[in-house]
Write a protein that binds this ligand. Structure first.
Ligand code: NAP
Length: 325
């Protein structure tokens, strides 16, 4: 992709700083969108066992690789250990399941999706009496050891964490033989996570911003889970973003994505719309100046949109990462 900025991890592996998010994208819609995304130039794909879309992704990737249009090496594939597999005995099983579904021999990045865990019962989100069924015995250090074994076995090029807080990351770092390379967290103009990003940078961990557009599709997910969607401000309607977008002749989405990339983050916007997914990639032919950056930095209001409270009872888990918020 022309002019694309690359991000390098501490272990020398690098990836395009923009990836294709796939949460809430499935079946035929995703198949079409992923074809469009690969045509447009996306090479970094973000998925997870819980998105239940790895088979579709695997089918599309296989076609591209078999046809010779792409080599496996051209791609950067990220997937994640689900909360129901978040224990030492779950790691190899769930990673192998992802590899089988993705039709790959290895993933480029394997992340522990959340610091909390659900019980293992074959259901991604096991519920009983209206509450999520938590496994309270989560041991990050023990699970991390098995994550490291996946790198040794060549099944993951690198490993990392998602939705962990500073205390949780520091505990993993203290005991790690192979350091986490990547931290994937909610990060957008309204939730810039400055202390966590600074901490990660200090420890050589690359940060990936999920929901970089402020997750305008989140209310649909809440409704699908039979939950009332909170009223969330839409970053893409913010007048400051709009003014900067007009100045550069770009869209608000392109401005907030460029803001993330210029701060040294990887951004992984999701779109299944052919025009919008191309637009999101087209952020390497302009630069935000210091004044733009400081105005965008000033939009931060520590507004977390995705706190997983859609799963009733989740805050009772000892490793729920945002107890103090
Ligand atoms: P997002 O990328 O911030 O927003 C996606 C929403 O924005 C979709 O509704 C999309 O609709 C719309 N959109 C996309 N491009 C747009 C544009 N240019 N203008 C206006 N609207 C646009 O939110 P997200 O899906 O929550 O986050 C992105 C990815 O991060 C996910 O797909 C997933 O891969 C990852 N993620 C990880 C975690 C985790 O726990 N680790 C959690 C959440 C997300 P259309 O598709 O119709 O364009």
């Amino acid at each position: 992709m022309a002019g694309c900025i690359e991000t390098m991890f501490y272990n020398g592996i690098s990836t395009p700083s923009i990836g294709f998010g796939t949460w809430q994208a499935k079946d035929d819609e995703l198949e079409q969108a992923l074809n469009n995304a690969l045509e447009a130039g996306y090479r970094h794909i973000d998925t997870a066992t819980v998105y239940e879309n790895e088979k579709v992704i695997g089918k599309v990737l296989k076609k591209w690789i078999d046809s010779g249009k792409l080599k496996r090496d051209d791609l950067f594939i990220v997937t994640k250990l689900p909360p129901c597999g978040n224990r030492p005995s779950g790691v190899a099983t769930y990673l192998q399941r992802s590899l089988d579904d993705l039709q790959l021999d290895y993933v480029d990045m394997y992340l522990i999706h959340t610091p909390f865990a659900f019980i293992e019962c074959g259901d991604m989100h096991p519920m009983k009496d209206g509450k999520i069924m938590l496994d309270m015995n989560t041991d990050h250090v023990a699970t991390w050891k098995v994550m490291e074994e996946q790198v040794d076995a060549g099944k993951a090029k690198a490993i990392g964490l998602s939705n962990f807080n500073i205390t949780q990351i520091s505990k993993v770092l203290e005991h790690a033989r192979i350091k986490p390379a990547n931290l994937q967290i909610e990060l957008h103009a309204y939730h810039q996570q400055v202390p966590l990003v600074d901490y990660a940078k200090k420890h050589g961990i690359v940060v990936t911003a999920y929901s970089p557009l402020g997750a305008p599709g989140l209310s649909k997910f809440m409704e699908d889970m039979n939950q009332k969607a909170p009223k969330m401000p839409n970053i893409l309607d913010n007048p400051v973003v709009d003014e900067i977008a007009k100045k550069h002749n770009k869209s608000p989405a392109q401005v907030v994505l460029r803001h993330g990339v210029q701060k040294g983050l990887i951004v992984i916007p999701k779109s299944t719309n052919p025009g919008r997914l191309r637009q999101n990639l087209d952020i390497f032919d302009f630069e935000l100046d210091e004044n733009d950056m400081s105005k965008l930095n000033g939009l931060n209001k520590d507004a977390r949109f995705l706190d997983f409270k859609v799963f009733p009872g989740i805050t009772e888990h000892p490793e729920y990462p945002w107890k103090k918020e």
